[in-house]
Design a protein around this ligand. Structure first.
Ligand code: MN
Length: 129
């Protein structure tokens, strides 16, 4: 196992696809269906990287990113917003909320893992066990 990735996503198909790709490449996956659950799991599990849907029920992805960044132990954890390709304004808002970068929906299976591994390589927290 290469480490844990937390997927915070309310859409079952997207969650399934990300989970499938990550596990196929040797990562273990923790899943949250909404923001509060994601914030709780992030603090408990200290994942290598967090994939964060922006359109979530009860608490949107921006609020989730801001909440995650309040936790000092998650300070260097890459948070990757998963946003619709059409929503260009969402990306700036995601970065302003504390996200490290973004990946466009629909998820492209051919390039998804390369993007994730690039974010992991660039992460200053990558040496963490
Ligand atoms: Mn969603």
């Amino acid at each position: 196992m290469k480490g844990k990735v937390l997927v915070i996503e309310d859409n079952e198909q997207n969650r399934y696809l990300m989970n499938f790709l990550l596990e196929k490449h040797g990562y273990s996956v923790i899943e949250a269906f909404d923001g509060p659950q994601g914030v709780k799991l992030a603090a408990e599990e200290l994942p290598l990287l967090i994939l964060l849907d922006i359109q979530l029920p009860t608490m949107d992805g921006y609020a989730v990113a801001r909440e995650l960044r309040k936790n000092p132990t998650l300070e260097h954890t890459p948070i990757i917003a998963v946003t619709s390709y059409a929503m260009a304004g969402d990306r700036e808002k995601a970065l302003a909320a504390g996200c490290t970068g973004y990946i466009e929906k629909p998820i492209q299976p051919a390039t998804f893992m390369a993007r994730i591994e690039q974010y992991l390589e660039e992460s200053p927290g990558e040496s963490r066990p």
